[in-house]
Design a protein around this ligand. Structure first.
Ligand SMILES: Cc1cc2nc3c(=O)[nH]c(=O)nc-3n(C[C@H](O)[C@H](O)[C@H](O)COP(=O)(O)OP(=O)(O)OC[C@H]3O[C@@H](n4cnc5c(N)ncnc54)[C@H](O)[C@@H]3O)c2cc1C
Length: 461
């Protein structure tokens, strides 16, 4: 639909933030998202600074039949935060975090980044569990999909710590969703993504944390990868929830504590976080050191805020990215063999195979308590394919797809936040059939015309 300039001027007149059209100052930077694969050009970018702007933009889009893309942190690898034509409702200027230290809660505007959240909550020695591992990820998308992080095994997913959300529904109404108000909407927001409305703010429960935590990295030699992984899969499942140990297979970054000849070599990185006494953490981690030879390690008391942004440099904005993922039912020998085989043939030095251990507090929440359905699987296999040049698209995409396919026999479901644009069946795979049916009913109720469809879409029929 072609809009008249008078319509745009009228829209601008009611808008507190910026309304940007192609060619306007700031348009080019506002349309950019984390994944450099997406070079889309919205017809309008509505840079909201408050709830009223969001309502106004939703009404304007609906009345003019505009496709809506919602951008919070702009981090999602599927690229749904930006559309061609249509309107980008950009929440990224809404980054306020208000902490209530007495009640240990935080009210967070929907465009805040995880780094904003850590920065403000740590002022009071608090943190929000489930708040990811890269500080430039958005709270908005992360929370609506589930949200896990270093302390979620102990304290739950972001959605398990969500008290309420303010939501602009497709008809332009502002609703509160909580256990007491619109509980069906509250259920669906916790895992159903952006399907039911635009959240303008979240209220979270906080936990006491830091400012220092015992944490670190152990860099294992790849030649012993199979033996290490066989040890790892059983060992980490026996650890207390206060200890989170993950696994990353990749080419070694130039870490200062590694000998120079290891930089760029294939390695198995074992990062961990321990919520407790340093000596006890060291005792618990010792078997990992002993399991197989290492190239080096950096372990100690680290500031929580620094740890939370310690990996940012490996995933900065702009590179080309393609993610394939699933939850793993088992990290069996067969699965380990496939991981090692595909690690050996990585088409780019920046690719990571990320295998976090997920069990703990999230798995003790009943499967249908929220829309986040796959809570019991022990591991995730996340194939972070990342490269720079367009001419490498084909080998990188093919490698990721093949790797994903050969590990399907070991998989069960997928985390909706790690999906690329993979079609409805894959969106369904993020949910159990029971949860999916409930989500469809909810979509019919809150967004019967599928106004919010640029997402991992749940169609109303
Ligand atoms: C490098 C990297 C590291 C990551 N690490 C983790 C991690 O540790 N743990 C984890 O759980 N996930 C992680 N993720 C996945 C992350 O949770 C998703 O990519 C998430 O969608 C990012 O949110 P965003 O707001 O930045 O994204 P955006 O791209 O802005 O949003 C993604 C989609 O969510 C919807 N959306 C976002 N905000 C709103 C809103 N306020 N109202 C309605 N709909 C909205 C929209 O449909 C939008 O298209 C990581 C991703 C990356 C790229």
């Amino acid at each position: 639909m072609v809009l008249q300039s008078s319509q745009i001027e009228e829209f601008r007149g009611h808008f507190r933030g910026d309304v940007l059209l192609p060619g306007d100052n700031g348009y080019e930077s506002a349309r950019k998202i984390w994944n450099g694969m997406f070079d889309r050009r919205p017809g309008i970018i509505a840079r909201c600074v408050g709830t009223s702007d969001v309502i106004h933009a939703v009404n304007f889009a609906r009345e003019n039949s505009l496709l809506i893309a919602v951008k919070a942190g702009g981090h999602n690898s599927a690229g749904n935060a930006v559309c061609d034509d249509g309107i980008m409702i950009d929440l990224s200027l809404m980054r306020r975090v208000n902490v209530d230290p007495k009640n240990k809660t935080a009210r967070v505007d929907a465009g805040a980044l995880l780094g904003d959240l850590d920065h403000e909550t740590q002022l009071y020695g608090l943190a929000v569990s489930g708040g990811g591992i890269v500080s430039h990820t958005g709270v908005g998308g992360l929370t609506l999909g589930g949200g896990f992080g270093w302390i979620s095994r102990r304290h739950g997913l972001a959605i398990d710590n969500l008290i309420s959300a303010e939501v602009v529904t497709a008809d332009g109404k502002l609703l509160t969703a909580s256990a007491d108000e619109n509980p069906d909407l509250f259920w669906g927001l916790r895992g159903g993504g952006g399907n039911f409305g635009i959240v303008t703010s979240f209220q979270f429960r906080c936990v006491e944390l830091g400012p220092q935590i015992y944490s670190g990295l152990i860099i294992k030699k790849f030649e012993h990868a199979k033996r290490y992984m066989q040890f790892h899969r059983d060992f980490v499942r026996g650890l207390p929830d206060e200890m989170t140990v993950w696994m990353v297979v990749r080419h070694a970054p130039p870490l200062p504590f590694l000998p120079q000849d290891v930089h760029g070599k294939m390695v198995v990185i074992i990062p961990f976080v321990w919520l407790g006494d340093e000596a006890e953490g060291a005792r618990l981690i010792q078997p990992i050191r002993d399991a197989t030879p290492s190239h080096g390690e950096a372990i100690g008391m680290n500031s929580w805020v620094a740890w939370q942004s310690g990996f940012d440099g490996l995933v900065e904005h702009g590179a080309r990215n393609y993610w394939k993922s699933h939850h793993l039912r088992e990290l069996s020998d067969g699965c380990i063999d496939r991981v090692i085989e595909f690690a050996d043939s990585m088409p780019s030095d920046e690719i990571e195979v990320f295998i976090p251990h997920m069990e703990g507090a999230p798995s003790r929440v009943p499967d249908t308590a929220t829309a986040f359905a796959h809570r019991k699987t022990p591991f995730l296999l996340n194939i972070h394919t990342r490269w720079r040049k367009t001419q490498d698209d084909e080998p990188c995409l093919a490698w990721a797809r093949d790797f994903h396919q050969v590990t399907e026999p070991f998989a069960q479901g997928v985390y909706v936040n790690f999906l690329s644009d993979e079609g409805e069946d894959r969106v369904k795979a993020a949910y159990t059939p029971e949860v999916w049916d409930r989500l469809v009913e909810l979509k019919k109720k809150y967004d019967p015309n599928n106004l919010y469809r640029m997402n991992q879409n749940i169609k109303p029929a």
